[in-house]
Design a protein around this ligand. Structure first.
Ligand SMILES: Nc1nc2c(ncn2[C@@H]2O[C@H](COP(=O)(O)OP(=O)(O)OP(=O)(O)O)[C@@H](O)[C@H]2O)c(=O)[nH]1
Length: 385
């Protein structure tokens, strides 16, 4: 035999949240209905005034008015604090019972005096039961309380009268109608709640998916060793800068950084220390950049710095700051790793591609290496211009 499925804590939480939402929706709908209730009294008063004793009619109207006022006060206090189910469940049940009892009292006080009025009152009570169904659809317990109170009052009224004084058909008919309506309402209410639960779990799934997607996108564009943007993210950024430059004329520059004699670091201290040196190098570079500048790992011991809105002259100042920042203090103390960096600087030229720009920066790095390393160079055409 299959064991009954017990809801997981996450499921249980979802069920609770769904019930809370259902409760809040029910309170909201009830607010509008209670405001419209006096129309129902007027209808009964208009049709029953000449057919039932006035003092009984006034007694019913007065009683209903008092109960209505209490309901309004309770609803207002719920609205002020927000319709919290844990806090206000009793309020909602009280309103439902008061409403049901007051409508049921129609039979007690107004019915049994006129053959035309009685079936008409029966129809009014069936209407009340039907009109309340959509209002309480998201909180069935309160609907059951309303219908229970209405039915019990009608039954008590029938029992309290001398035999045959009250139209028996009215009571039987109402009982069948209320029973059928409540029975069907139960399953419809459950389906509505299931729908709310489904919406909630879809929304939660969608937000989990979007968070996972953001993480994957971030990881796809991040170098796993240094935590800096990788070649892929760099390509995207450069393409974006090119398109901004084409549409607005705003220029940008790049610096290609190549650590000097990095092979020696690996050979002397091991590959692990080499990895740590790369991380420390990336960190050092970041410390010398502005907020909007980007340092991406281009590959191996090469990094590219993108400087939006920067001319070659300003880029050379940044490059010199970086060169000095790397050369003046050791990158790591244990093991002691001191190194320098060769830098090629290039400003984007209108019409060139990302590959052409990087190739020009690369020739500048090559010139820096040939010139003795630990220096900043520009592409030859810029140097001679
Ligand atoms: N530890 C470590 N080493 C790397 C990584 N990527 C590339 N390297 C090493 O970086 C070194 C680059 O060496 P070369 O291209 O000869 O350049 P270099 O020794 O820096 O000399 P110059 O560039 O001419 O100054 C190679 O030994 C690569 O193995 C990495 O992710 N981690």
């Amino acid at each position: 035999m299959q064991a009954p499925a017990t809801p997981s804590p996450a499921d249980a939480n979802l069920v609770e949240v769904t019930r809370d939402i259902g409760f809040a929706q029910c309170v909201q709908a009830l607010k509008s209905l209670l405001m419209a209730t006096p129309i129902g009294w007027l209808l009964v008063a208009w049709f029953g005034w000449s057919r039932a004793p006035h003092e009984r009619m006034l007694c019913w109207l007065g009683g209903f008015f008092c109960a209505w006022l209490v309901s309004i006060v309770l609803l207002r206090s719920m609205a002020r604090a927000g319709p919290s189910r844990a806090r206000h469940l009793r309020h909602l049940m009280t309103i439902a019972v008061l409403d049901g009892t007051c409508w049921g009292a129609v039979v007690w006080l107004v019915a049994g005096f006129n053959a035309t009025l009685d079936p008409w009152l029966g129809a009014v009570l069936c209407g009340v039961a039907a009109i309340n169904a959509p209002v309480y659809i998201t909180y069935f317990r309160a609907y059951a309380a309303l219908m229970g109170a209405l039915w019990a009052t009608v039954m008590l009224a029938a029992l309290a009268r001398p035999p045959h004084a009250v139209e028996q058909e009215l009571v039987y008919g109402l009982t069948i109608f209320c029973g059928l309506l409540t029975y069907h309402m139960r399953s419809i209410a459950q389906r509505v709640l299931d729908g709310i639960g489904l919406q909630l779990s879809n929304a939660s799934l969608a937000s989990q998916l979007s968070a996972a997607l953001q993480l994957v996108q971030h990881e796809a564009g991040t170098d796993s060793l240094t935590g800096q943007p990788n070649r892929r993210a760099l390509d995207e950024l450069l393409k974006q800068q090119v398109s901004v430059s084409r549409s607005t004329g705003r220029t940008f520059s790049v610096l290609l950084l190549d650590i000097d004699h990095f092979k020696l670091v690996n050979d002397t201290h091991g590959h692990g220390a080499g990895d740590d040196t790369l991380c420390a190098f990336a960190q050092r570079v970041r410390e010398h950049l502005r907020q909007g500048d980007t340092c991406a790992r281009y590959g191996g011991e090469e990094f590219v710095v993108v400087l939006p809105g920067t001319t070659l002259v300003a880029a050379l100042e940044v490059a010199e700051r970086l060169r000095q920042g790397v050369a003046e203090a050791s990158l790591m103390s244990v093991p002691l790793v001191r190194t320098t960096v060769s830098i090629g600087a290039a400003q984007y030229l209108p019409g060139e591609t990302v590959e052409q720009l990087l190739a020009r920066a690369d020739t500048a790095v090559y010139a820096a290496k040939r010139g003795g390393r630990n220096q900043v160079r520009v592409p030859e055409e810029a140097a001679t211009a």
